[in-house]
Design a protein around this ligand. Sequence first.
Ligand SMILES: Nc1nc2c(c(=O)[nH]1)N[C@H]1C(S)=C(S)[C@@H](COP(=O)(O)OP(=O)(O)OC[C@H]3O[C@@H](n4cnc5c(=O)[nH]c(N)nc54)[C@H](O)[C@@H]3O)O[C@H]1N2
Ligand SMILES: Nc1nc2c(c(=O)[nH]1)N[C@H]1C(S)=C(S)[C@@H](COP(=O)(O)OP(=O)(O)OC[C@H]3O[C@@H](n4cnc5c(=O)[nH]c(N)nc54)[C@H](O)[C@@H]3O)O[C@H]1N2
Ligand code: SF4
Ligand SMILES: [Mo]
Length: 710
Amino acid sequence: MSIALTTTDVPPTVVRTHCPYCAFQCGTTLTVVHDSGLSPTIAGDDAFPVNNGRLCVKGWTASELLCHPDRLTTPLVRGPDDRLHPATWKAALDRIADAFRRARREYGADAIGLFGSGALTNEKAYLLGKFARVAVGTPHVDYNGRYCMSSAAAAGNKAFGIDRGLPFPVQDIPLAQVILIIGSNPADTLPPIAQWFEQQKARGGRLIVADPRRTPTAQSADLFLQLTPGSDLALANGLLFIVIEEQLLNLPFIRSRTNGFDAARRVALTYHPGRVEQLTGISEATLRKTARWLATADTAMILTGRGPEQQSKGVDTVLAFINFILAIGQIGRPGSGYGCLTGQGNGQGGREHGQKADQLPGYRLIEVDAHREHTARVWGVDPASLPRKGRSAYELLDSLGQPGGIRSLLVMGSNVAVASPHAGNILQRLQALDFLAVCDAFLNETAALADVVLPVTQWAEEDGTLTNFEGRVIRRRQVQAPPDGVRSDWEILCALAERLGYGDQFAFASAEDIFAELRVATAGGIADYAGISYDRIDAEQGVFWPCPTAEHPGTPRLFEQQFYHADEKARFHAVEHRPAGEEPDAEYPIYFTTGRYAEHYNSGVQTRKVGRLRQAKPAPRLQLHPELADHIGLIEPGYVQVASRRGVVMFEAEVTSTIRPDTVFAPFHYGGTAAANVLTQATLDPTSRMPEFKMAAVRVTAIPPTQESR
Ligand SMILES: Nc1nc2c(c(=O)[nH]1)N[C@H]1C(S)=C(S)[C@@H](COP(=O)(O)OP(=O)(O)OC[C@H]3O[C@@H](n4cnc5c(=O)[nH]c(N)nc54)[C@H](O)[C@@H]3O)O[C@H]1N2
Ligand SMILES: Nc1nc2c(c(=O)[nH]1)N[C@H]1C(S)=C(S)[C@@H](COP(=O)(O)OP(=O)(O)OC[C@H]3O[C@@H](n4cnc5c(=O)[nH]c(N)nc54)[C@H](O)[C@@H]3O)O[C@H]1N2
Ligand code: SF4
Ligand SMILES: [Mo]
């Protein structure tokens, strides 16, 4: 029997790449059956040593988005009828360049804003920062990482002189005898990390979790601290009080490797257990047990997530936990240390290469003359032409359409209308713009407001690098060609730069070409990528920065020999507990906090389109304690109305004894009238400018059944 030879007989191609979503950046293998018209099939990559073949439900279903019917494949331009219409690339790009030129002419370059993302590859993030400073000449470029990692990043820089989420590889987790996780729920937000905690437990290790909710992560803990929202800083100072009082300090470590202990000690001594119990709701016995377990173990780790960080005192809160771990000397050895569990796919690299308002590539600072000179030399421009530091993410958005604010905005990789605090205000600000352009693969809630929408390639259609939560630089590899009509973000930036008269500085032919310039731009900086190449990443399963030369092995573990301040020592900081920007009162008596479902990713643009994920979690539900449900007269199953000073949202109720009776919780993955951010408030941390996503005051009322079924 003869079989006709068709193109489908070309053997399937298997490509190793990484998941598009979170900072765990699980290794995946994608199998493409040529000319089948089907999405590639996805599997965990057994050979990638971080996830070892495991994926979460979002990763398993990620390839559904590649051929999704909602995918944008042509530029859209708003017409005189106020609707978006298909347009050519030339018309769409011309429209953006014209709008930018007009804003510059009428208001100056400062009236143009750029908003980037921790979802962008290092190459795109680098190019967006360069585009802002060179082609547009505006200081106002910032990104959604400001909403994500900025408090932990600022604290790391202050305490250690460097900011790398985990200063050690994930393989160190099993080596810790005791781990304290504060306000992170990795069982839902980094599920394959469970294998490392399981190993830790199997070796006899203990886990302590602090969260206002008994999350799936907390359920596997040996000790659970169900603290009052916003009281983490008091908890940390209270732990320091106990180890001082019980003489559990590591004085040789404090003397030889740190500065500033006396001032931190003085402040901590006012946090006696009685006071801390009142602020946190954690009993003295539990506080003492926590402090003793951590201080007397051979190895111990403290890991923070967005719970303590997304507060208007997020930086001081992280500093307080770093004070504690320095004081007990549990840092700089395998199995010990402080780490922040990073969020977005390139949350780490995204904050190192200059899309942040105060930064230049390689974690250089835009306000430091020597750093400006180095970067200007690489870019072939006059250092004096580089703008200074610009507005932070929320402040940038809050200035849209205001006198002296941004008139023309380009958004690349963020759904700011859903993800920003006090979303009602941001919606109004977006509507007050003269011009909005959005680059995205989907028409998200922000893009729907835009004057121009540009369709971009997705993860499996592009090359580039990302830096995972361990500081390991990895490769995103092209699996298949993009659909006709879409372009990469970097190609868009180059095309716009050319129209603005800066084609020479943006003459790149590939992502690898951009990476070559990024290496030079970061050389000698704190986040030094000079020795990293695509070939090395392929050969070595990723390379940890800093990696200054091609011969340098990379740096999996920081702090063994030195911290990164000039004197190589770590710094204590004297930090005080303070109230949140908004605390519950008689009118709004309940704490409102927000976070994530295992099935959805961030503003939900991508995961709400995947059938299995949408069916699992079709809408947000409000978690509330049975006691509160009783108090408001809720009859189950039922709906509740949640009101804050900024807005009202109706949720289906999820009554659960896993949450504190004074606190309610909702996920922020949904837009429109179901957006949790309608309720949140935007008090900013004074240092990191992180908004207070984790603390607002609300009133909860039950909706009578008749009204709900209307
Ligand atoms: N499934 C899923 N995974 C994700 C993401 C996603 O959207 N979905 N997003 C990725 C990104 S960008 C990020 S940043 C990470 C976030 O990862 P996590 O930090 O784990 O996520 P969150 O759910 O935002 O917050 C963690 C916990 O903080 C608690 N919390 C609230 N208020 C407080 C408080 O005052 N103190 C303390 N101690 N805890 C508090 C919440 O109850 C919640 O359980 O996840 C990444 N992974
Ligand atoms: N209430 C509350 N709000 C929060 C948080 C919270 O805990 N509570 N968490 C905050 C945190 S930690 C984060 S990280 C933010 C995240 O929230 P957002 O900034 O909205 O991020 P995403 O929803 O991940 O992605 C937004 C868009 O980027 C697009 N995208 C993905 N990859 C690319 C790419 O390579 N190029 C382009 N052009 N587009 C791309 C997606 O299609 C999607 O439309 O939300 C913040 N908002
Ligand atoms: S844990 Fe993160 S990187 Fe891994 S499959 Fe899930 S979303 Fe993707
Ligand atoms: Mo995030």
